[in-house]
Design a protein around this ligand. Structure first.
Ligand code: NAD
Length: 465
């Protein structure tokens, strides 16, 4: 089967970059990314490439090359579905906030809406690709909706989970460790799998394209995120022990990371993991395990989340206790709000919870982040619903200058590992702070010795006195 026309539903952090790379690598395929969010589509079409809704290093160049040639962003969802041979579903799958499974299960309403829309519009056979992260066995629900509400055309459902990491999305898409494609084991299923393999084969070596049954593919994505988050929680658990014992977490991480059975990646202790995926996907895994009565399995994975919550809490508790047990009326400067460097995504960022805790102690916070806008920061706090919008705006300010953000502060908290923070004129910052001038480095990126030489009182996750 030769695919000429692709539609992707959902122009978010996954749909946008993934389709941009497919369009760049397959100029003979027309790729249309659709979304119901008009502002987002307008931003993808912005002439000024610095206004793209997703910030990823290198993405602007790829969009510039392919957009208008064979890459299109549109709000005309029906039209794009109708024209496509292959449809990627890349919509959001947040944790349910209501009903059965509230706070744990994945909310599949956006997926179901897509399936119903495809069923209504499709007049020719199509391959549907689950790009969103979905609970195991979702493909059968999609198939049932398509077959029972459609126009009697044939659908093949593939699972093709995305393993990119925000901040390195373009590099991850161009050189993936592997591409995973799950499908039906029938001859038609095999044909559909091969059609998608052929697309990736334009730039991914064949041996890195794995094909499996659809359930293995769906479950592998949840498993990958659970294992990655578990490494962060494991090293963070050891960071607390390091602070008590005088061991240094970076030295421990280096020593264990050189063990080839463990490996060096994802061993950086921090204030806690964030991002839209780890928490929701693990909660979803926990929910699935519980629904099969596998309570020991569920408890095991839930602990990864509990450890992460603990890490954020103890970071803010430490700020309060170090600042003589009160931060009321004290200015605390936050360097960073994004959940990690090189992205403007703030979903589940540790900064949100740390800020919320400190605001509850009546601290006055000023935030500087190189890529996150003020509206996003206030929206993140409003979502928690801890205090009124007016109170959030009174207690928390956003600055677009790091030196201004730190001026007169009692303490600085580093919440994101942006490289530029290392290059600041820390003497200048110190001179204009309250004394003693504290730094709480939640990412372990600054140089302890030079900061202490300047006069700062420096605390780093995972290092004791
Ligand atoms: N963000 C990541 O790093 C990442 C990595 C791998 C996998 N994933 C998974 O990919 C999926 C998408 O994640 P994301 O971060 O891109 O989400 P996102 O919220 O950035 O984007 C989803 C988009 O889908 C749109 N949408 C929702 N329903 C729609 C509909 N019916 N029709 C048209 N558009 C619709 C929304 O308006 C939104 O713009 C999730 O399942 C996520 O778990 C995310």
């Amino acid at each position: 089967m030769n695919i000429k026309n692709i539609c992707c539903i959902g122009a978010g952090y996954v749909g946008g970059p993934t389709m941009a790379v497919i369009a760049q690598k397959c100029p003979h395929i027309k790729v249309t990314v659709v979304d119901i969010n008009e502002a987002r589509i307008a931003a993808w079409n912005a002439a000024d490439l610095s206004k793209l809704p997703v910030f990823e290093p290198g993405l602007d160049k790829i969009v510039e090359e392919a957009r208008g040639r064979n890459l299109f962003f549109s709000t005309e969802v029906d039209k794009a579905i109708d024209e496509a041979d292959m449809i990627f579903i890349s919509v959001n799958t947040p944790t349910k906030t209501y009903g059965k499974g509230k706070g744990m299960a994945a909310d599949l309403k956006y997926i179901e809406l897509c399936a119903r829309q495809i069923a209504r519009v499709a007049k020719q056979d199509k391959i549907i690709v689950e790009k969103s992260t979905l609970p195991v066995r979702t493909a059968s629900a999609i198939k049932s909706i398509l077959d029972q509400t459609g126009n009697h055309v044939q659908f093949q459902i593939l699972s093709n989970p995305e393993f990119l990491a925000e901040g390195t999305a373009v590099a991850d898409l161009l050189h993936p460790d592997r591409v995973l494609i799950g499908g039906d084991m029938s001859p038609e299923g095999e044909k559909a799998i091969q059609a998608l393999v052929a697309i990736y084969a334009h730039w991914v070596p064949k041996e890195n394209i794995l094909t499996t049954n659809v359930w293995s593919s769906e479950l592998s994505k949840l498993t990958a995120n659970a294992f990655l988050a578990q490494r962060v929680s494991s090293i963070n658990a050891m960071s607390e022990l390091c602070e008590k014992t005088g061991a240094d977490i970076d030295e421990v991480a280096k020593a264990i990371g050189m063990d080839s059975r463990i490996g060096p990646k994802f061993l950086k202790a921090s204030v806690g993991f964030g991002g839209s995926c780890f928490k929701k996907d693990i909660l979803n895994l926990v929910y699935i395990a519980k629904s099969y009565g596998l309570n020991a399995v569920a408890d095991y994975w839930e602990q990864v989340i509990l450890m992460n919550e603990h890490q954020k809490q103890r970071f803010s508790d430490n700020i309060v206790s170090t600042l003589y047990n009160t931060v009321s009326g004290k200015k605390i400067a936050f360097l960073g709000w994004a959940f990690k460097k090189d992205t403007n995504d703030t979903r589940e960022s540790a900064a949100i919870k740390v800020a919320d805790n400190l605001l509850s102690e009546q601290a006055e916070i000023t935030v500087f982040d190189p890529k996150v806008v003020a509206e996003r920061i206030y929206a993140d706090l409003e979502y928690l619903n801890t205090r009124s919008i007016a109170e959030n705006q009174k207690l928390l300010k956003v600055s677009n200058n790091p030196y201004e953000a730190c001026e007169n502060a009692h303490a600085i908290a580093v919440l994101t590992e942006w490289d530029e923070f290392k290059t600041y004129d820390w003497n200048r910052i110190y001179d204009r702070m309250q004394k003693p001038a504290f730094i709480f480095d939640g990412r372990g990126i600054l140089d302890k010795i030079s900061l202490e030489t300047i006069g700062f009182v420096y605390y780093k996750i995972g290092t004791g006195d």
